[in-house]
Design a protein around this ligand. Structure first.
Ligand SMILES: Cc1cc2nc3c(=O)[nH]c(=O)nc-3n(C[C@H](O)[C@H](O)[C@H](O)COP(=O)(O)OP(=O)(O)OC[C@H]3O[C@@H](n4cnc5c(N)ncnc54)[C@H](O)[C@@H]3O)c2cc1C
Length: 292
């Protein structure tokens, strides 16, 4: 099994990277449509793709299945996500060994959200409490893992303040994280301020902006409420004016994301990570727009 190239090496090339995020579909029909989406996306040759990690057994099996499909069949460099939710340390070590043996070297390393119906995160029996604990466990198990961690430009919803959250982000980097991917945001000023504050705190690793092209106002309202990101008034007004016409909403979402990405790259961002919701169109349109 050939081992993947660490993303840290790609980031060191100083070329702006493009990465895409998939989530595991619910059933085999979903897997088939993901296969078609991924095939279409080969055209824009993403530097890597990532696959999120759910809370339960079946969705976790699908993370593994989809990661294999994207890696072996499509030929992408794949970064599976992994969380602490519902896993003991022994299980996490076993997952780490499996991923390593299969050639994966890049892992998005997260604490995870509390399972549905649970307000607070409670570590699993003999499990881990924080993302930084999982970074430490994975690095101790396989030193050649290249680990990404989540960063929150508008602070993590549970954190008392952005300052406290940044101290905790630094713990993840000090534990061995090689890069940070941010939660979605819609105002680049938020990202620039975040990067500045990270640098002032001694967080020196690349900070990849996470961008989500809006597909529906209802959906993005739900996401931003969950993750604490701000929706700019100007974007809300445009989306409201578009009403129920999905093509217009989508076009507005893509245009907003394109303006964001152009600005970010012009201002030295190390690339961009797209939350594509398993759809090819926005990523393909953005790539075409950026090529112009
Ligand atoms: C890029 C990205 C990808 C994601 N992918 C997934 C996914 O695949 N699956 C999924 O379930 N979720 C995913 N999430 C969501 C993520 O799991 C949640 O945001 C989760 O609530 C926090 O995870 P974390 O790893 O950032 O946690 P942590 O870094 O552990 O932080 C969680 C909270 O604890 C605080 N904290 C951290 N360390 C300490 C400490 N030592 N002492 C006191 N407080 C501390 C932090 O300030 C923060 O408020 C993703 C998020 C991002 C940004």
């Amino acid at each position: 099994m050939i081992a993947d190239r660490p993303i840290s090496e790609l980031l060191a090339s100083k070329r702006a990277l493009r990465s895409l995020e998939f989530f595991p579909p619910k059933d085999e029909t979903g897997v088939e449509s993901l296969r078609q989406t991924a095939t279409a996306l080969k055209r824009i040759a993403p530097d890597f793709v990532s696959v999120t990690y759910g809370a339960g057994g079946t969705t976790r099996d699908r993370t593994a299945q989809v990661s294999r499909l994207l890696r072996s069949e499509i030929g992408f460099t794949v970064m599976p996500h992994l969380t602490c939710v519902g896993h003991s340390r022994d299980e996490l070590n076993a997952v780490a060994d499996r991923l390593h043996a299969d050639g994966y070297r890049n892992i998005m390393t997260l604490r995870g959200d509390p399972p549905k119906g649970q307000a607070e995160f409670v570590p699993f029996q003999d499990g881990l409490r924080y993302g930084s604990d999982l970074v430490a466990l994975l690095k101790a198990r396989h030193a050649d893992f290249c680990l990404g961690v989540g960063g929150y430009p508008e602070k993590h919803p549970e954190a008392r303040s952005l300052e406290v959250d940044l101290d905790n982000l630094k713990r993840k980097v000090d534990a061995g994280a090689a890069f940070i991917t941010t939660q979605l945001f819609f105002d680049n000023a938020v990202y620039y301020r975040f990067v500045e504050k990270c640098r002032a705190r001694g967080i020196a690793v690349p900070i990849v902006p996470g961008i989500m092209p809006v597909l529906s106002l209802k959906q993005i309202r739900r996401f931003t409420e969950m993750c604490g990101a701000t929706l700019p008034e100007q974007l809300i007004k445009r989306l409201e004016a578009a009403g129920e016409t999905p093509e217009i909403v989508e076009a507005i979402g893509i245009e907003w994301a394109l303006t964001q990405i152009r600005g970010l790259l012009a201002n030295g961002a190390p690339g961009y990570h797209l939350y594509i919701m398993n759809r090819a169109k926005s990523a393909l349109t953005l790539a075409a727009g950026l090529a112009a």
